[in-house]
Write a protein that binds this ligand. Sequence first.
Ligand code: FMN
Length: 316
Amino acid sequence: MGEPICIKDFEEFAYKTLPRNALDYYRSGAGQQETLANNKRAYSNYRIRPRCLRNVAETDISVTVQGEHVSMPVGISPTAMQRMAHPDGECANAKAAQDMGTIFILSTISTSSIEEVAEAAPRGIKWFQLYIYRDREVTRQLVSRAEHAGFRALVLTVDAPFFGLRLADIRNKFVLPPHLKLANFQGTKSTDINKSKAGSSLNDYVNSLFDQTIEWKDIAWLKSITKLPIILKGILNFEDAIMAADAGVSGIIVSNHGGRQVDTWPASVSQLRQFQGYLIIIDFISFCERLFYYYCMHPLLLLEKLTNVNHQNSYY
Ligand SMILES: Cc1cc2nc3c(=O)[nH]c(=O)nc-3n(C[C@H](O)[C@H](O)[C@H](O)COP(=O)(O)O)c2cc1C
């Protein structure tokens, strides 16, 4: 195979080169992977409406997201443990996003630390994806480090109090290879995931450390410890979007976590229609070679409109 030149080529390359433990982790959805398959199918239902004679000598697909000028309506979603695929992992991805003038979101459970990524891409627009740990001091420190390192938004993932049952990871007894660690942590929070267990070490890690009790009131707590805008990732319905606006967040990402959480959830893109006219959709292309179409509008517009709907129409 020559140099990969498109997403499919990269996917084939990954299939040939990655160890099974990593490949299955990157490519798998939850359960029977119906939602994952639906995600892909749903995109193929969309068609580009052709127009002509429009002077395309100069084109500009830049958008404004959270007040930032972004070169295109495509960004890089948070995906965990990228150094299993390449020694530079998240740092390489962050640099690529910086070069392309778009947003890079770093996962909490990354194999490059907040500080390493900040150093690798000092000029890039970087957001930090947050999982809330039961130990709130751990969470507070993550937020504070992201702020200090120049990350410009927090992306709180709200669809993953537990992780989905990814059957391949259970069968493979997924572990993070021993030369890698969860780089944002010290001690067992960093290395427990390297230890072989009965099933997936990732699920054990999440079940034992993430806070499964979080609810809407915890957004207020998060707001109290940060000045960064908060974006909720993993909203799939309009009622939750309204509650997000009421909770004072700055945006939402409509997402089913790439079909990796609950199998049978609807395809993310199929849910967009209910938000039409109200919403910033930031539907980010994933590390794992999934191609999406994107809709972007200004987030403040979203919130203003959502607030209006809420108060004028008593939506609940
Ligand atoms: C390998 C892999 C790892 C991921 N890790 C995370 C993560 O750490 N945090 C997170 O919020 N989402 C994670 N995601 C989900 C992606 O951010 C993104 O939501 C998904 O790939 C695209 O599906 P969507 O259109 O439903 O959002 C991961 C996805 C993949 C494929």
